[in-house]
Design a protein around this ligand. Structure first.
Ligand SMILES: [Zn+2]
Length: 496
């Protein structure tokens, strides 16, 4: 008699179910049912695009971080960099490099973030309103109610990604880009049909009401007319394999030949099977290059900077260990050659083990408000640009202490002399003084300490109120410095 351990069986089924559930978290793309673009790209690729020329095609990609309406839920920026680095490695052999179009658009939209139906007309309209031209648009939001991890919207020509799959190991973004460039799944036709080992393999499967010829294993039969229309990707019918990077499920084609799919192909559904690598086939690569060539809006574009960032940032203020006003902290550093953006990390811990806040700035300063009082914060800054973002080289780390009031200057300044509006639109800066004594002189300095403007007010009547023409100053952070008989005051302001 065989003793049956029901507990083990139960655990087995729970495990199997969770593995299958994970496998089901795949892509929901079903566009281009006629394959019009794919067929054109295949035809073009035969004549023109079999070879690359050693020149990189730079393709801009715009990530749109989707939050809920209340601004919560958006993906942390660093995961986007990781995912794009991985994607660029997967596209390296095509000599395609995606670069960051702009850092990053934030969109508050629960309708997109928690969409109940993939790619509904309503959601497509929102995509169309918020996408940018001249870049591939990738909306990154919450989990899809459909259970899919992502999809390509042919109607809006954008990609939607569940943020869970934007990271340094999942290859879903590369798969969706394959759809963007007109590729079908290797198992095309089987999207709505489970392969059933217990029944004879049909010669046709259905998507909706449309029947599609099943691809045979033998390359001489119908590989160019069936499924993905591509002959260097073996026949595949499987979209729920949970057994690692070697399909052993025993599926056969309609004439009984054993299926041997390419589990490493990016357009198959073995993305979670822990294969040692993933790739596009040579014909798929040609199709992608043909499609890119046909997309006038994406062609012949280049990032502003083509060189990597070689230097690290030198922090300038607030000086290491200084005390600052908790609700108005200006962090500044020296600009770095080839840097278009700066990645600023703020942490309560010197180890940066927990990051309090990440900020991205396209200028060499940032203003932070709303910090806690009487706390020490550590900060560091890493420069990057649209093509160089895979390994951040942070600056030395400095710290500051937040307090209700800070240095003598700010203490002395309270309510006495101030400039406004701040930020200033670059036209007129107004000065107001409630001080009991006369302003003797003033200067406007940039962050390096260079005097940009200076003068003396002739006015001695109090309270002083006067405008300074700042239209000659470039955008940036400045220091307004004044002197009276009793004290000197410095106030930072921004021209934008
Ligand atoms: Zn897909």
């Amino acid at each position: 008699m065989i003793a049956v351990d029901y507990r083990k069986i139960l655990i087995f089924f729970v495990l199997m179910f969770s593995i299958l559930s994970t496998q089901a978290q795949v892509c929901g793309t079903l566009s281009d049912l006629n394959g019009t673009r794919l067929k054109r790209n295949l035809k073009e690729s035969l004549s023109q695009f079999n070879h690359k020329d050693g020149l990189i095609d730079y393709v801009p990609i715009q990530f749109i971080i989707v939050n809920r309406n209340d601004g919560t839920g958006g993906i942390p920026e660093e995961r986007i960099f990781e995912s794009l680095c991985l994607t660029n490695r997967l596209f390296a052999s095509l000599e395609i490099q995606f670069y960051i179009n702009d850092v990053f658009i934030e969109l508050n939209s629960t309708s997109i973030f928690s969409q109940s139906t993939n790619n509904s007309g309503f959601v497509q309209a929102l995509y169309d309103q918020n996408k940018v031209t001249n870049a591939i648009n990738v909306f990154v939001g919450g989990e899809l109610a459909s259970g899919n991890s992502a999809y390509y919207s042919g109607g809006s020509d954008v990609i939607y990604m569940d943020k869970m799959y934007i990271n340094n190991k999942d290859v879903i973004l590369a798969h969706e880009l394959g759809h963007f460039f007109s590729l079908r799944h290797t198992f095309w036709g089987w999207e709505q049909t489970d392969y059933d080992i217990n029944n004879a393999t049909p010669t046709a499967v259905f998507i909706g009401n449309t029947s599609h010829e099943v691809e045979y294993v033998d390359r001489n039969l119908n590989c160019a007319e069936a499924a993905d229309l591509i002959c260097d990707t073996p026949a595949d019918y499987i979209r729920d394999w949970g057994g690692g990077c070697n399909y052993l499920g025993g599926a056969v084609d309609p004439i009984g030949v054993l299926l041997d799919p390419d589990e490493r192909n990016l357009m198959a559904y073995y993305s979670f099977a822990s294969c040692d690598q993933y790739y596009f086939s040579e014909t798929q690569k040609s199709v992608i290059l043909s499609d890119l060539n046909s997309r006038v809006a994406l062609r012949d574009l280049e990032p502003n900077v083509l060189n990597p960032v070689l230097e690290t940032v030198k922090l300038t203020s607030p000086l290491q260990g200084s005390s600052v006003f908790y609700d108005d902290v200006n962090l500044t550093w020296n600009p770095v050659e080839n840097a278009e953006f700066y990645y600023i990390e703020l942490s309560r811990l010197p180890s940066f083990g927990v990051i309090h806040e990440v900020l991205i700035s396209d200028v060499n300063y940032v203003n932070i408000s709303g910090l806690l009082m009487d706390r020490t914060y550590h900060w560091r800054v890493a420069p990057f640009n649209a093509i160089d973002f895979c390994s951040f080289e942070p600056s030395d780390q400095w710290s500051f202490i937040t307090s209700e009031t800070t240095s003598y200057n700010v203490l002395a300044n309270q309510g006495k002399v101030y400039v406004y509006p701040n930020p200033c639109n670059g036209d007129k800066l107004s000065v107001k003084s409630n001080a009991k004594d006369e302003i003797i002189s003033w200067q406007i300095l940039d962050v390096t300490g260079k005097v940009c403007l200076s003068s003396s007010f002739s006015q001695s009547a109090l309270p002083l109120s006067q405008s300074i023409n700042v239209s000659g100053l470039e955008t940036g952070l400045y220091i307004f410095s004044t002197r009276t008989k009793e004290f000197s005051i410095q106030q930072k302001f921004i021209i934008q």
